[in-house]
Ligand binder design. Structure first.
Ligand SMILES: Cc1cc2nc3c(=O)[nH]c(=O)nc-3n(C[C@H](O)[C@H](O)[C@H](O)COP(=O)(O)O)c2cc1C
Length: 361
């Protein structure tokens, strides 16, 4: 059996799959359900100095993702401190407490959550693009606490590497990449109304944002030497593996835990384990940052490549033929044939081929 236990920012996690701040950690009972569902550690919903008041409806499933207009916790911090955190701690798992937003808010909140926090996670979702307020909030957390301070960055048009560097310079111990993306808008085509309440705008999460998350993790991991919790679109073990390869040390899951329930966390952890076993890889550390190493090896070779066809593996399904816009692939007698004269090396067929009969190498 592969070793899926990880230690991130000094937190010992029985596996690297945690709920992300949001409905899966909306109160103590929900966090206990995540622990029973197989999470390796816990992350509670962001709290701020006043409870959030959110419009209804505030969540909508769309193709490839979810839109939401949630803000931070609607539960007052007093209740979190009186009952919810203590309940979550009964799980025995490390608890990362979500906090927001300004330095003043953090200075008020941090001493109150201190007895329960194994780490805190500062959301920067509503502090704007200027790194100053974020850095002040980090300094306020560092001053009040002696546990790791993680900083969660939102992919809102900001330069993620510069933001991560500012977070590091202000004393952050780790990063969480990424928060949801937006604002976005989805309409009910029967009525023309937005699917969500309030102004109708919402934040996008789920599989649609995974490539954005991978890009952010990859860019930041290359340039900022801080542990990264990856988040954004993870629904399967293989998504987490991709995040480890981009440089993440552990992952957080929100949308999949909403849509499929908290047992998805344990399922993803088990799939990570099976993938490592199937590939004879003893631990997550052995794949972490693989994409970063490959990128530096690859930089010199920008030669034209076209796919190699494994005729044995080809099932003749025709997916490649249908989408080869250059007319370079034809299925004859249930096997694909590739015309190298017409192939431009676009690579689409490689990603469409289900039995992986078309490969680069
Ligand atoms: C309904 C909902 C509520 C969320 N609330 C918070 C929150 O309170 N604090 C926070 O930092 N992120 C919040 N997020 C963002 C998630 O933690 C996560 O970063 C994002 O959704 C991407 O991960 P996913 O694709 O697995 O959902 C929320 C996401 C959703 C869908």
């Amino acid at each position: 059996m592969a070793d899926v236990e990880v230690s991130v920012c000094g937190l010992k996690l029985r596996n690297p799959v945690l709920p992300a701040a949001g409905p899966p950690g909306r109160n103590g009972a929900a966090l206990i359900a995540c622990a029973r569902g197989g999470a390796g550690g816990l992350v509670s919903k962001t709290v701020s100095v006043t409870p959030a008041r959110i419009p209804t409806p505030n969540m909508a499933e769309i193709r490839c993702g979810l839109l939401n207009t949630e803000l931070w916790s609607e539960i007052p911090v007093e209740q979190w401190v009186a009952t919810e955190y203590a309940l979550a701690k009964e799980s025995g798992l490390p608890l990362i407490i979500g906090l927001g937003y300004t330095a003043d808010d953090i200075a008020k909140l941090a001493p109150r959550v201190r007895p329960f926090a194994d780490a805190v996670e500062l959301s920067t979702h509503y502090v704007g693009e200027d790194p100053g307020p974020m850095m002040d909030a980090i300094r306020a957390a560092k001053q009040a606490l002696d546990v790791p301070v993680l900083v969660k960055l939102s992919p809102l048009g900001r330069n993620m590497v510069a933001a991560a560097q500012s977070a590091r310079d202000a004393g952050a111990d780790g990063l969480v990449l990424i928060n949801s993306f937006g604002p976005c808008l989805a309409l009910d085509t029967e009525t023309g109304d937005p699917l969500l309440g309030g102004e109708g705008y919402g934040w996008l999460s789920g599989p649609a944002i995974k490539p954005l998350a991978i890009r952010c993790i990859f860019d930041v991991a290359r340039q900022v030497n801080l542990p990264i919790f990856g988040a954004g679109g993870i629904t399967r073990g293989i998504d987490a593996i991709e995040m480890f390869m981009a440089g993440a040390s552990a992952v957080q899951v929100c949308t999949a835990a909403i849509l499929q329930g908290p047992t998805i966390l344990g399922k993803i952890a088990a799939e990570i384990n099976s993938w490592l076993d199937d590939h004879d890889i003893p631990s997550i550390a052995d794949i972490q940052g693989r994409a970063l190493r490959r990128a530096s090896e690859r930089q010199s070779s920008r030669d034209f490549v076209h796919p190699i066809l494994d005729v044995q593996a080809c099932t003749g399904c025709g997916l490649c033929e249908t989408s080869c816009v250059y007319g370079a692939i034809h299925v004859r007698e249930h096997k694909a044939t590739l015309d190298p004269q017409l192939c431009t090396g676009c690579g689409l067929c490689i990603t469409r081929c289900r039995p992986r009969a078309l490969r680069l190498h």
